[in-house]
Write a protein that binds this ligand. Sequence first.
Ligand code: FAD
Length: 349
Amino acid sequence: MLERHRIAERWRSERWDGLRFQFPNWSVRLPDFAFPHDDPEGFATTGEILTFIEAYAAFVDPPIRCGVAVTRLHRDGNGFIAETANGAIAANNVVVATGPYQRPLMPDLLRDEARLFQVHASHYSNPQQLPDGAVLVVGAGASGAQIADELSRAGRRVFLAVSEHTRMPRRYRGHDLTWWFEKLHLFDMLPEQRTSRVNPSITGAYGGRTIDFRDFADEGITLLGRVTAAREGVLEIAGGLADSLAQGDAAHAFLLDMMDEYAEKKNLGLPDDPPARAKRPDPPCVTAPIRSLDLRAENINAVIWATGYGLDFGWIDVPVFDAGAPPCIVAASARYPGSTSLACNGFPG
Ligand SMILES: Cc1cc2nc3c(=O)[nH]c(=O)nc-3n(C[C@H](O)[C@H](O)[C@H](O)COP(=O)(O)OP(=O)(O)OC[C@H]3O[C@@H](n4cnc5c(N)ncnc54)[C@H](O)[C@@H]3O)c2cc1C
């Protein structure tokens, strides 16, 4: 078992300080290994998840070699050769478990703006890391939404560029989203069964709440549409922000309908939850959206790119990729002995 850095490296160096696990403590578990907590409905810190994974590694005690990166994987007869800086390793079977969040995607729209502090969400740490002034957060998936919220609570003026997103209820009819996902078997869906590649906007920060970007606007965050271009420090913003919010609402309502249907079918007798379906009016930044944003005029000195991740399987020199797979998925299995099969995990759509 090879790890190029340290056990649970992503949780050490690619998560911000204030991140909270997106699923409640009661649901965090590994095979035969419980997550220690004193609040079942609470959300763990990054440090707690790191400690948990380290403890699990000690419990399983696999023959792990840290600090060994596989730089190339290729076939050798019926087996494989993994090349590393420490020499080559022959294997009959290979499991690639390098995760779905391999390469930060960061548009270079603002490459000429040397005065700006720019960081991808995977290297954002905390509000103190940023220079004074307003902040632009681009992307409103789970990372962008949490980071924008954190910065706003820290007293920063925040602009948040929102595009297509899937809004999910944190709790509904007395149960956390995770409980519902288990009941509805949504965690069991295979990647290829998923209809949406859009990451959900969901948070466990500050006790967890359902994300409605209209609340963010009420709290002082300026919502923007998708950032499409930049010229001399002025951003072009696409229209369609109201539509994005409406699509987020539709996804949210769809999920509530599924939950209701399940509750009725199983006769669960759960309490009704009308506030979960309450419709909120769009705030002024949505009804009269900003289409052009002058970063200097708005005193924006930092940009956080919460624009997601890409795959990086360039080191795998074996014909196991399915050319027709959507960008987020590599689900391939060669039919010869010692086959490699890869899958990308993520959320059900
Ligand atoms: C910002 C953020 C927040 C998240 N929050 C949550 C959450 O709250 N709850 C949740 O369940 N999930 C969350 N996730 C998803 C979760 O982190 C991943 O699903 C999980 O880490 C996947 O685990 P993994 O072991 O498959 O891959 P990873 O954790 O990505 O581990 C892959 C390992 O492979 C190593 N590696 C890569 N390439 C090589 C190579 N060539 N040679 C040797 N080693 C290599 C890497 O160093 C890494 O340690 C979050 C993801 C992100 C980006």
